[in-house]
Structure formats: structure tokens, C-alpha cells
Write a protein that binds this ligand. Structure first.
Ligand SMILES: Cc1cc2nc3c(=O)[nH]c(=O)nc-3n(C[C@H](O)[C@H](O)[C@H](O)COP(=O)(O)O)c2cc1C
Length: 302
């Protein structure tokens, strides 16, 4: 997730739920092609901790996908995922993200160019469709013919943006029609949601539920392994005091990967999410969004 799943966040999630597959934020293939410093830094990862590690990319130039894919493989990633689902106006107006659903020919060319360049798996993350769900299976079959080896589907159309409820039924139908792994995504906020929704799919992808609550990943992974929902989700029973060491670890990882100034600036939004719903949260949040050092955080949480 853009602005969220940087190296520190991915490492935190791996510490909590080691079986998780972690993805980068979506990165521009144009920027990687031209070697833009900021984007190149965003591909850096801890190869001891962040495995399997998938780099997600977006763009529209097949040539740039080809060079970007080679760079990503050389940097040691385990997979490349192509974003064909982002509905943001800025992204879609450039013919990136969800816009590719309306341009299946180009979407296939991008997959083909990427797969031609590398031997690591290439997957696509997309939505149910643009304004209809009927295009999902033919669109995905085209991607598979072009070389896509796995699919992750967010159960909303482009036109839904983030509104309404995710519809997983078309994703189950897609899985019946194709032979590659299919991962479902959308509105998983608990272990119970994951167990109820996984159906015939190969995995679930979790986004927003982890904001301020990365512990939910442990419950989800445990529940999927046992195919049973815990009677009382453990995240609900972890006292805040027990969460503090992991919150501080997140700060340390942010400082280690981005330096103190930038790392702590970026931590502010996470810190505000961590205290959501607790007694005195709003007063604590006002102080947490001003922190500059880990010691500031310790003083407030302490
Ligand atoms: C802040 C934010 C950033 C996101 N960035 C990305 C991204 O870079 N790539 C991507 O495939 N999806 C991105 N998404 C979409 C999520 O991956 C996911 O498809 C969507 O939030 C639905 O899943 P959820 O209900 O588990 O959050 C983003 C979502 C949010 C809220």
C-alpha cells in the first residue's frame, strides 16, 4: 500500500506473522527505468527478513516494464506484481492502474514484456472490472495467456472506488475458470472474515485492517492454518502495554531504514493509528503527531 508498506512496515509484519508474503508500495516502472533515486531506495529490502518479497509496479510502457523487471530481479526480489487496480484519478488519467482494465491489449503487453525479462514469478493485482463484473474472467485469461502466474483480485469494480462491500463471488468463479493461484482481497478486517471469505481461493490479501493493528495478521494466519476462527481473537486480548515494545520496534525499524528525521516523520501517522480507541487517545494522538525521536515516543507511551 502506497505510503504504508515501506521496509519498516514489512519487517514489522514479518516479525508478527512470519508466513506473510509482503509487497512494496506500488512503484513506477518509468522511475525504475530511469533509475530515479527515491524509487530505487523504495526497492531496498532486508533479504534476511522480508521473504517472500514482491515488488509491485505500475506504468504503461512495455519497454520500461522490461528494464524495471530486470532491475527488480537483480535486486533479489521473489516476484513482480503489476498494479492494474488503483482507482486514483491521477493514476487512471495517465492510463495506469485500473485504466488497464479498459485496455486489455496493453495490459497483456505489459505482462508479456515483464515475463520475457525475468525468471521470477509475475502476477497481477486488479479489480472485478471497470463498471461491470462480467469482464473479469476474459480479462484475467488474457493476462494468463500473456504470462501472468498468479492473480490478486480486489472485489470491487473501478467505479466502486472504495465504496460498498467487496463482492467475492466473482473471484470464486474466476478461480474455477483458471489454473493459476488466485488471491482474494477486500474488507478482511479479522480472522473470522479471512476464514469465511477464503472459499476455494489460494490466499487472502489484507490491507487496511493492519493500520494501527498489525497484530491482526497473526490471528489471520493462525486461523487460516487451522481453518478455524479463534474463539476470542488474540488481538482483542493483547493489552496496550504489551503492544508498546512492537510499536517501539516499528519506530526503530523506521529510523534504521529512513534515518531519524524522515523515519519519525513517517511514523507519526502510524503512532496515531496505534492509539485509536484507547482511553485518552485523542490527547495522546496530539502529542504523538509531533514526535521527533524514539525517546519522545517512549516518554508519551511510557
Ligand atoms: C492508503 C492505501 C494505499 C494503497 N496502495 C496500494 C498500492 O500501492 N497497491 C495496491 O495494489 N493496492 C493499494 N491499495 C489497495 C489495497 O491494496 C486493497 O486492495 C484495498 O485497500 C482493499 O483491501 P482491504 O479492504 O484489505 O484494505 C491501497 C489502499 C490504501 C487504503
Amino acid at each position: 500500500m502506497a505510503g504504508v508498506t515501506d521496509a519498516s512496515y514489512r519487517q514489522l509484519i514479518k516479525a508478527i506473522a512470519p508466513e506473510t508474503i509482503v509487497y512494496t508500495e506500488f512503484l513506477s516502472t518509468d522511475a525504475i527505468h530511469y533509475g530515479a533515486k527515491k524509487t530505487m531506495e523504495m526497492i531496498n529490502f532486508d533479504s534476511e527478513v522480508e521473504r517472500p518479497f514482491v515488488v509491485q509496479v505500475f506504468g504503461k510502457e512495455p519497454e520500461h516494464f522490461l528494464t524495471a523487471a530486470k532491475v527488480i530481479e537483480q535486486m533479489g526480489a521473489d516476484g513482480i506484481d503489476i498494479n492494474m487496480g488503483c482507482p486514483a484519478a491521477k493514476v487512471v488519467s495517465s492510463c495506469h492502474g485500473s485504466a488497464l482494465i479498459r485496455n486489455p491489449q496493453l495490459a497483456q503487453e505489459l505482462v508479456y514484456a515483464t515475463k520475457k525479462a525475468v525468471s521470477i514469478p509475475v502476477s497481477v493485482k486488479t479489480r472485478l472490472g471497470w463498471d461491470t463484473k462480467d469482464s473479469l474472467i476474459p480479462f484475467c485469461q488474457g493476462l494468463i495467456d500473456a504470462g501472468a502466474e498468479a492473480l490478486a483480485i480486489h472485489g470491487r469494480r473501478y467505479c466502486d472506488k472504495f465504496g460498498g462491500k467487496a463482492d467475492w463471488d466473482p473471484i470464486y468463479e474466476l478461480k474455477k475458470a483458471v489454473s493459476v493461484p488466485v488471491i482474494g482481497n477486500g474488507d478482511i478486517f479479522s480472522a473470522q472474515d479471512a476464514v469465511e471469505k477464503i472459499g476455494n481461493l489460494d490466499g487472502v490479501m489484507v490491507g487496511r485492517a493492519t493500520f494501527g493493528n498489525p497484530w491482526v495478521m497473526r490471528d489471520i494466519v493462525d486461523a487460516l492454518h487451522r481453518n478455524a476462527v479463534p474463539e476470542l481473537p488474540s488481538v482483542k486480548t493483547i493489552p496496550f502495554e504489551e503492544k508498546v515494545p512492537l510499536i517501539l520496534m516499528h519506530c526503530e525499524l523506521a529510523v534504521r531504514t529512513k534515518g531519524e528525521r524522515k523515519g519519525m516523520l513517517e511514523m507519526r501517522k502510524h503512532l496515531a493509528s496505534y492509539v485509536k480507541g484507547f482511553d485518552g487517545a485523542s490527547e495522546m494522538r496530539q502529542r504523538l503527531v509531533l514526535v521527533e525521536t524514539i525517546d519522545d515516543v517512549k516518554a508519551i507511551l511510557g
